[in-house]
Every structure is written in structure tokens, then in C-alpha cells.
Design a protein around this ligand. Structure first.
Ligand code: FEO
Length: 167
């Protein structure tokens, strides 16, 4: 049976992942409001993925006999108007989540919980991927500039990536 301190930390991480979902859904809503519908679809898909991350943790806590306790989420910020603002926020947010996952791995090690550490490997790898994706999109935005033409092209590409029609 995992230690209560670890169960608490996993519950905190469930909140982080649900909060990520909420943050991305708010970005999606902002971008829809700017008619950047491709990027909005990309963030909506991201929001769904984050909920999936929360559910992975939820299932693990159940599997090890812990009690899942859901926590309150803060109201996400809104008012983003450009792709650059949205992806700058997304990259900073992913870095924050990476730090919290690494903290959880270190706690598992400290408590000598090999099962928890093994389970978290997927999240460590996922964070590398998510930071890379956000950083690459942000680099593209910086490369192509802030004109409405380049925003349009990038928005269309993001829509395609999300598997949505951005036209
Ligand atoms: Fe589940 Fe993007 O952190």
C-alpha cells in the first residue's frame, strides 16, 4: 500500500492535469473568439489529452488502493488574442507541469515506491514530447512573423494537425 504522502501528491497531480485541460480549453475559447479556429481545435484536442492524463493518474491511485479526492480548480485566465500569446502560455504551462511530474518522481524515489516510479515514466516521456511540440510551434510562429497572412497559414496547419477542418 502506497504511503498517504504519495497518494496526496498523486491527487495533487490529478488536479494539475485537470487544470491543464481547463487552461487549454480557455485558450481554445479565446482563439475561437479571434476566428483562429484551427488553433482552437488544436487546443481543444490538447484539453482532451490532458483529461486523459488525469484519468491515467486516477486509475493508478485506485489500482494501488488509494482514495482519489478531486480538488478545486482556479478560473483559467482569458483574453489571449494571438497564436504567439497562446503558444507562449502553453510552453510555460508545460514547463510547469514537467516540474511537478519530476517532483513526483523524486518523491516516489524518496519513499522507495518502485511501482509509482515505474508508472510515472510514461509521464516523464510525455512531457518531453509536449514541451517539444509547443516549442516547435512557437519557433514557427516567430519565424513567420505576426502578419495576418502567416497567422492564417499556421492556423490552417494547426487545424489539420488537430484533425479538424480549419477552413
Ligand atoms: Fe499532461 Fe501537458 O501535461
Amino acid at each position: 500500500m502506497a504511503k498517504p504522502e504519495l497518494i496526496q501528491a498523486f491527487n495533487d497531480q490529478i488536479r494539475e492535469e485537470l487544470n491543464s485541460s481547463y487552461v487549454y480549453l480557455a485558450l481554445s475559447a479565446d482563439l475561437d473568439g479571434q476566428n483562429l479556429t484551427g488553433a482552437a481545435a488544436w487546443f481543444r484536442k490538447q484539453a482532451e489529452e490532458e483529461r486523459g492524463h488525469a484519468m491515467r493518474l486516477y486509475t493508478f491511485v485506485n489500482d494501488i488502493g488509494g482514495q482519489v479526492v478531486l480538488q478545486a480548480l482556479p478560473q483559467p485566465a482569458s483574453g489571449v488574442k494571438t497564436l504567439k500569446e497562446a503558444f507562449t502560455k502553453a510552453l510555460a504551462h508545460e514547463k510547469h507541469v514537467t516540474a511537478s511530474i519530476h517532483k513526483l518522481v523524486k518523491l516516489s524515489r524518496q519513499l522507495d515506491d518502485i511501482a509509482a516510479e515505474s508508472f510515472l515514466k510514461w509521464f516523464v516521456d510525455e512531457q518531453v514530447e509536449e514541451e517539444k511540440n509547443a516549442a516547435e510551434i512557437l519557433a514557427k510562429i516567430e519565424m513567420t512573423g505576426a502578419s495576418s497572412g502567416s497567422q492564417y497559414m499556421l492556423d490552417r496547419d494547426l487545424g489539420k494537425k488537430a484533425g479538424a477542418s480549419a477552413s
